[in-house]
Design a protein around this ligand. Structure first.
Ligand code: TMP
Length: 212
């Protein structure tokens, strides 16, 4: 069975990862690759419905384990319905967040035991692991500034306090150190086109040449 390439983007809210994921998709498409761009949580009918629950600011009473299981449930559906079929067809899948978000937010942020998180991630991802992950790192104040500039209301996770966001960022940095072969730390304070160039330099060697 052919196997495409699975690339994920991670970071705290407001880090610029969505912009970078979109830039990479455009570049891959321009180079002739078939690309599927998804967001986690989301990307399927069921996962988008779960996303609404997860981000609803009114649902303040949500218990940490409920939150964890909902993220995993949304992800399982996304993997089964979108990611696995695309990879099976040899396509490149780019995802805005994946299971590292759960380690950072529910593990380091909420304080759920990391061994439990790891098991939950294994289940929710149906055993799938990204080939390459970009962690776009910005200081918490910068992420907050960018969210503020974008305007609009903050969702349930974005409304968490600064200490929470700090734990999430530190969690990402630890995770990146422990999985250095897969996770690339990118300085998110630089101009978007420079970051995009750095991303491309990591991705390009992993691509198989297009036929025809
Ligand atoms: P997004 O706005 O980047 O799409 O992500 C939605 C929010 O969900 C964001 O604040 C991070 C959070 N999140 C988790 O807490 N755990 C997870 O596993 C994922 C995928 C996202």
């Amino acid at each position: 069975m052919p196997r495409g390439l699975f690339i994920t983007f991670e970071g705290i809210d407001g880090c610029g990862k969505t912009t970078q994921a979109e830039l990479l998709c455009r570049r891959l498409e321009d180079a002739g690759y078939e690309v599927v761009f998804v967001r986690d949580p989301g990307g399927t009918r069921i996962s988008e419905r779960i996303r609404e629950l997860l981000l609803d600011r009114q649902l303040r009473e949500m218990a940490p384990v409920t939150e964890l299981l909902l993220y995993e449930a949304a992800r399982a559906q996304l993997v089964a319905e979108q990611i696995q079929p695309a990879l099976g067809a040899g396509k490149i899948v780019v995802s805005d967040r994946f299971f590292d978000s759960t380690t950072a937010y529910q593990g380091y942020g909420r304080g759920i035991d990391l061994a439990l998180i790891s098991k939950a991630n294994e289940l929710g991802s149906l055993g799938l692991r990204p080939d390459l992950t970009f962690f776009i790192d910005v200081p918490v104040e910068e992420g907050a500034r960018r969210l503020h500039r974008l305007g609009g209301e903050r969702d349930r996770l974005e409304s968490e306090d600064r200490q929470f966001q700090e734990r999430v960022r530190k969690g990402y940095l630890k995770l990146a150190r422990s999985e250095a072969a897969r996770v690339v730390v990118v300085d998110g304070l630089r101009p978007a086109d420079e970051i995009s160039q750095e991303v491309w330099q990591k991705v390009a060697p992993m691509l198989t040449p297009r036929r025809g």
